[in-house]
Every structure is written in C-alpha cells, then in structure tokens.
Design a binder for this molecule. Structure first.
Ligand code: SIN
Length: 513
C-alpha cells in the first residue's frame, strides 16, 4: 500500500472533523467498521456545550469546566475549548447540522449538570451525536482529499528507528490480510473504552485499543484512572446499557427511590444537577442500600417525552416502559474516559509523528471529571487545531520497520467473548465507581491470568493493556478526586498531580517485528 501523508485512525466526530479540516491535504481515514457504525460519537445524546446564549460567555464555560475537573484541568486547554464553542457551532451548521432552534431562529439551549448556564445545543432532541455524524459522513463522502478505508482493524503502530510513529499495522477484513499503512503523520482518534466494563453506555467494541497502541509505542499516557460513570443508564438488562441523557434532569426530571422519595437533595445542594460523579455515587448508594434508583420524568416532561427524547423513548419502549407515565430504573455505567494519550494544545503526543484527538487523548480539558457535553466540542476544537498544524507542514518521510506484517505473533481477531466477559466483570467489580487497593490488585490479577490463557488475540491484548493502565493508575492514585473514588483513601489530597504512565517499549515483543 502506498505511504499516506496523514493517516487518521478512527472515524467518529474527532477523526472525521480533523480529516475534513485538513483539506486540501490528502488524508487516509481508517475505521474498523463501516463509517458511522458502533461509534460513540453517534450515540451522544446530550449535545455540545457552547457559550452561545445571550447571558453566557466563554469565561463562564471555562469556570464550569475548571470546577468540574477537580483541580486537574489544564486552564489553557480549557480556555481554548471554551473560546471555541461559538465557532464550533457555526462550523457544524455549515456542514449541515440542523441544531434545534426556537421560533425566532435562536439556538435552543439546554442545561446539564455543573453548568451555570443553559448552554447545550441539541439536534432533534437527543440525537445530537447522530446528527453531527450524519453531516460529517456526508461531507467526507464528497471530499476528494479524503480516502476512507472501512473494515480495516489497526493492531499496532509502526515506528522508525528513532521511535517516531510512521503509520500502523492493520488487518484488512475484506482482503483477509495484514497490511502495513505507512504515513508521515498518524492521528489517533479511536475513542474510548467503556466496553472494558460490564455496564457501559458505549458501543461494546470501544475497548481502549487506541490507548494500548499509543502505550505500546512508548507514548505517555496521562491519568488513565479517570473513568467517568454516567449516573443514569437505563437498568433494563441491555448491553450496552442505553443512556438516559442528563438533559432529562436539566429539563426537570427527578431521581427517586423505590418509595418515590427524591434523594439527590440529601447528597448535594445541586441535587439532580450536581456534578456527574456525585450523582453517580448517590445513585449507586441508593441501589446498594436496596432502595433502588429511578428517573421520574412524568411531571416535568410527560407527554412531550417521545418528541423531545426520541432515543431514550425508543429504548424505554423496547423494555416495555412508558417514561411519560412510568419511572425509569437507572444505574451508573462506564461512559467516558478522561485520561488518555497526553497531548499538547495542538494535539501532539509525546512521540514524534503521533497526534491524538477526542476521547483517546488527554488534552487537559477534562481533568478528573469531564463537564457534561464538553466532549463533542473537544473533538471539533482540537481536531481543527491538529489540521491547522499539519495542513501546510513539510512532512517527514519515515523509514518504519520493513519486517513483514505477518510476523506478528497473534491472531488478528477481536477479543474472545469468554475472556472479555471475565475482564468486563473484573473491571466493573474492582476498577469502577468506587475502588480500593484490594479491589484493584484483584483486578490486576485477573488481567494477568487472562494474559496466560491460550486464547490471546490482537484485540484481547489491547483490551488487557488498557484495562491494566486504568487499574495501575487507580492503584497509584492514593486519594479520591473527581471521578476516581478510593474507599481506602476517601479524601482529596492537597497535592495536585497527574499520573503519567509509559511502557518500556524495548520489552515488548510486538515491537520486534
Ligand atoms: C448525556 O447526554 O447525559 C451525556 C452527555 C455527555 O456525556 O456529555
């Protein structure tokens, strides 16, 4: 395969938007599935935060972002994010996204947790992610500078003798063959890792593979322990667990227990709109106490539900629940990874030739706890910055290893379901909403045991690497902060620090190919 200028791995909002903004520079986008399929971006219900209301400002959005992040937000990155909100809305509108508007043409703005203003733009109610993806996919299909390779599953990054990244080794499902995709610049936009947990709102293939590729290539991984659990996934026995968007609570829906008693005011003055980690722990506490947790949208939303929240409504109906007149059972679910490949303001990782954008990146905007609906905005703002940096840059050609891809030691396959079931259960038990040294050590033991089984595949190897990064980061952080709660270290430490993990690449067999 001829070498590409720029290779983007992943085709959610971050990958596609970066590709579009690179025009006219040629770029290749690879995706493990057909475009748009199993993409967390397309499942985003809440919308995109942007300071566009008459009483709002980037300063207020910045303050909310800093507040949610529990002391670990990079203020400069968050400033860039907040100041990019209005432009991101304009840009996506130009690409054809029909954001919901009031009769006078102004944007309809919703409220979500820990925002001091109504600042969430929506599209067709709870279909913001899907609407953005549909518009970007249509634009990509019409863009001659973008080549899309579908059903090409990356297994690792290629590096040259100096350690710079120069593309990826992948398995082309259609050709049933391994391929080396060489590139001058590689952009990881592979999304998150909720699929490592037994209960998640993410598509289950989201298993942190991109994080593992970057770690195995030697990139610095920052704060992997910060996994956000959404408080209100529908507890209806479905995998993945359908999300009941926070916008419902922004619209007045209440959290009640089995007796119909509203419980959030007992936990936080912000009640249902307290920071997401607080609400998640409260929901978990009510459930653990046997009282159950339910979202009650009957009075606040009632008959408007089907039109205002078509995605949640459809999920409820599949479980024979009518949310206009009945309570929705909810549980916390792994939802978003705040940690990731450490990047600077322009998306550069610690490795030459490798950038990262979107959920796989740790750009610094989320700290220990992401503010609701900041992620689509992050993908757009930082995707544009990577494109601006690379569009006219003189790119280096990279001499990556010539070794044949077929010398990779493992089968090019997703993780075996039986092994994934064990891993997901162990992560949900030991590395989830509330962790401890004991639970994390047990999780790491399970990960080690899975490595020793005879059914290792390329997919399982990456899933285990990401799971271990989370567990190890959580073990090292002996405090509770934001989304990371340690039962054995309940207080937030005085010192603010980032976890930075990297792997000694010389020890990794995969690198020898
Ligand atoms: C939601 O709709 O509640 C999720 C929004 C987000 O995760 O930012």
């Amino acid at each position: 395969m001829p070498a590409a200028d720029i290779l983007i791995i992943g085709a959610g909002v971050a990958g596609l938007y970066t590709a579009l903004k690179l025009a006219p520079r040629p770029v290749t986008v690879i995706t493990a599935r057909p475009l748009g399929e199993a993409s967390s971006s397309a499942w985003a219900q809440g919308g995109m935060a942007a300071a566009v209301g008459p009483d709002d400002s980037a300063k207020l959005h910045l303050a909310d972002t800093l507040g949610a992040g529990a002391g670990l937000v990079d203020a400069e990155a968050a400033r860039v994010l907040a100041e990019g909100g209005a432009f991101a809305v304009e840009e996506l509108t130009r690409y054809g996204v029909a954001f919901d508007r009031n009769a006078d043409g102004s944007l309809k703005l919703g409220r979500e947790a820990a925002h001091c203003r109504d600042c969430i733009v929506h599209a067709t109610g709870d279909r913001a992610g899907a609407a953005i993806m549909e518009a970007l996919i249509a634009a990509v299909r019409k863009s001659p500078h973008i080549a899309v390779l579908e059903r090409v599953v990356v297994e690792d990054l290629l590096r040259d003798d100096q350690g710079a990244v120069g593309g990826a080794l992948a398995y082309d499902v259609k050709k049933a063959a391994r391929v080396a995709l060489r590139a001058s610049e590689t952009v990881l936009a592979t999304g998150g890792l909720g699929g490592l947990y037994a209960v998640t709102t993410n598509p289950t293939p989201a298993q942190g593979h991109g994080l593992a590729f970057a770690a195995r290539a030697g990139a610095v991984i920052r704060d992997p322990e910060f996994v956000q659990f959404h408080p209100t996934a529908l507890d209806i026995g479905a995998d993945p667990a359908p999300l009941a968007t926070e916008a419902l609570r922004g619209d007045g829906a209440l959290l009640v227990n089995r007796d119909g008693r509203r419980f959030m005011p007992d936990y936080h003055k912000g009640a249902e709109l307290a920071p997401r980690d607080v609400v998640a722990r409260a929901v978990e506490a009510e459930r653990a106490a046997g009282r159950g947790a339910y979202l009650d949208a009957r009075a606040a939303i009632g008959a408007k539900f089907p039109d205002a929240y078509p995605t949640v409504f459809a999920a409820c109906r599949r479980a024979n629940i009518d949310p206009c007149t009945e309570l929705m059972p909810v549980a916390p679910a792994a939802h978003y990874h705040m940690g990731g490949v450490m990047t600077d303001l322009d998306g550069r990782s610690s490795l030459e030739g490798l950038s990262a954008v979107g959920e796989v990146a740790s750009s610094g905007v989320h700290g220990a706890n992401r503010l609701a609906s900041n992620s689509l905005l992050e993908a757009v703002v930082f995707g544009a910055r990577i494109a601006d940096r690379l569009r006219d840059a003189t790119l280096k050609s990279r001499k990556t290893a010539k070794a044949p891809a077929d010398r990779l030691p493992l089968a090019s396959k997703p993780a075996p379901p039986a092994a994934m079931a064990i891993l997901r259960a162990a992560m949900s038990k030991g590395a989830a909403l509330i962790r401890s040294e004991q639970s994390l050590l047990k999780t790491i033991d399970v990960i080690s045991a899975l490595r020793r089984r005879g059914d290792m595949t390329s997919g399982l190897k990456s899933a285990l690497a990401s799971a271990e990064l989370i567990a190890q980061g959580a073990l090292d952080r002996e405090e509770s902060r934001g989304a990371h709660t340690r039962a054995d270290f309940p207080d937030t430490g005085e010192e603010r620090f980032h976890t930075e993990l990297s792997i000694d690449v010389s020890e990794i067999e995969m690198e020898k190919v």
